[in-house]
Design a protein around this ligand. Structure first.
Ligand code: UDP
Length: 239
């Protein structure tokens, strides 16, 4: 491994939608393959990678509850959706020669390993990519909160939230042409201005435990590699 890496251990949060491509449901195999390729290149450079994937391309608990389903049941379905995405990513990474392990915060021992912090740490220490699925294992949380929690637990040097936009803006850049781009900002400002970077639970966890966050665009090919090579890409949110 390269001793000069600024951010050796990184937790990468991918939304479920990041795997969806131009579709409106499920996983686009081409997008999955491309993303896995970028992750494989980072692993080859010596980064210790933990990945948390959302489930919004399949089910979200709040959406299901809006349709009349019990919220907790909906959240259980949402967490299972993250396991589906994580299994797909594990497969795509192994095809690229990466030793990737899927861990789940809900026990399903025939399908993947149960999450335990020591286990995740052990895999990371050995250079394996870990995919941490099923969010926190509890309803009423998001995978952003799971990503923040796990980043702190495994002592990541950086949390990266890969999204469809270039970083954090003062307003939604898709809807408001006057939106201002922030290259850096504090967690307190993100919370006070309700900037929608992550939910408040996730932001407060990161703030209180000094976990720096980069918000960047996953659809920009190569941006992830350039970010970890030290380029100032996206938005840095810090305490
Ligand atoms: N979820 C949950 N607990 C968690 C993480 C996720 O109940 O700790 C459920 C919740 O219903 C959520 C769904 O899983 O809507 C998918 O996760 P998320 O919405 O965060 O996915 P993303 O928006 O990142 O694709």
């Amino acid at each position: 491994p390269d001793g000069a890496l600024v951010y050796r251990r990184v937790l990468l949060k991918l939304s479920g939608e990041a795997l969806m491509g131009d579709g409106d449901f499920g996983i686009d195999p081409k997008v999955l393959d491309r993303t896995a390729g970028e992750i494989a290149a980072l692993a080859a450079r010596g980064h210790e990678l933990a990945i948390v994937i959302g489930g919004g391309n399949i089910f979200r608990g709040a959406g299901l509850a809006g349709g009349g389903m019990d919220r907790v049941t909906g959240d259980h379905m949402g967490m299972l959706a993250t396991v589906i995405n994580s299994l797909a990513m594990g497969d795509a990474l192994r095809k690229k020669g990466v030793d990737a392990r899927v861990l789940s915060s809900l026990d399903m021992n025939q399908v993947c390993e149960p999450y335990a912090r020591y286990r995740a740490m052990e895999h990371l220490d050995k250079g394996r990519v870990v995919i941490l699925s099923a969010g926190t294992g509890s309803p009423f949380f998001t995978t952003d909160s799971a990503a923040s929690l796990r980043a702190i637990e495994v002592k990541a040097d950086l949390l990266i939230k890969a999204t469809k936009v270039d970083g954090v803006y003062s307003a939604d850049p898709m809807k408001d042409a006057a939106a201002i781009f922030y290259s850096s900002l504090s967690y307190d400002k993100a919370l006070a201005d309700k900037l929608g970077v992550m939910d408040a639970t996730a932001l407060i966890l990161c703030r209180d435990h000094d976990m720096p966050l980069r918000v960047m665009n996953i659809n920009q090919e190569g941006a992830l590699a350039r970010l970890l090579a030290g380029e100032d890409i996206g938005t840095l949110v810090s305490t």
